[in-house]
Design a protein around this ligand. Structure first.
Ligand SMILES: O=C(CO)COP(=O)(O)O
Length: 249
């Protein structure tokens, strides 16, 4: 099954209105390479102004609540994000699993809410360095996939991002063989859960992806794109990753 490459940026808690100037170069590159899906997940405060300034670029959110409304102070629901103009939502990022104590079960509810409202969900999984050193990386990630990925209605809307926690923001990445092995394991787990439709689910790699390593990472079997943190904050660092994906598409 052919899967379109997907390169998504995660700005995390970075960026103010003046930072949106970076999006123009990214939008231009996205338009120049229509064979690649490109998104930037901005802080929630920037979603609407980003959509206004760069209407041809997919803008996403970094979290949403599992419910549509109610007494949840400080939270945003999928319908609110849609109103702001978001087209995709990251759920279960390791920083939220850690800092906001998010569980697999909660993350699955969030992914289901994203789907219910017709948006793309990017469900994040990944092991700690201790878990990898103990030889448990694949077991940990398989358990996360099994518990946090919704089983029903698999399709284009569902994207899984493998982000080894020790590779995030550190400049370190796993060996290409380790990435290949983990992505194959995730694909197999998805197939066991969902059946043939698992072949259409894109699996992104995230963790210190940059213009120098993107071509090698994106060429690996079952690596269908990247979830990019630091290098997505400036167009001159992010565009080469889009170009690397386009060259492989
Ligand atoms: O966490 C990430 C994206 O969600 C990866 O961040 P870095 O690309 O900065 O390592």
């Amino acid at each position: 099954m052919t899967r379109r490459k997907f390169v998504a940026g995660n700005w995390k808690m970075n960026g103010h209105l003046d930072h949106l100037r970076e999006l123009h170069g990214i939008e231009k590159a996205a338009k120049a390479h229509p064979q690649v899906d490109v998104a930037i997940c901005t802080p929630a405060t920037l979603i609407a102004p980003a959509v206004q300034r760069t209407p041809d670029l997919m803008i996403g959110a970094q979290d949403c609540h599992a419910e549509d409304r109610g007494a949840h102070t400080g939270c945003l629901s999928a319908p609110m994000l849609i109103e702001a103009g978001a087209k995709c939502v990251i759920v279960g990022h390791s920083e939220r699993r850690d800092e906001q104590c998010e569980t697999d079960r909660l993350i699955r509810g969030k992914a289901e809410a994203v789907h219910r409202h017709g948006l793309t969900a990017i469900v994040c999984v990944g092991e700690t360095e201790d878990e990898r050193d103990a030889g448990r990386a694949e077991d940990v990630v398989m358990a996360q996939v099994g518990r946090s990925v919704p089983r029903h209605a698999a399709g284009d809307w569902l994207v899984v991002a493998y982000e080894p926690i020790w590779a995030i923001g550190t400049g370190r990445i796993p060996t290409l063989d380790d990435v290949a092995a983990m992505h194959a394991t995730i694909r197999k787990e998805l197939a066991d859960m969902i059946g043939d439709a698992a072949g259409g689910i894109r699996i992104l790699y995230g963790g210190s992806m940059n213009g120098d390593n993107a071509a090698d990472l994106l060429a690996i079997d079952n690596v269908d794109g990247g979830l990019v943190g630091g290098a997505s904050l400036s167009h001159d660092k992010f565009v080469p990753i889009i170009e690397a994906a386009a060259a492989l598409a």
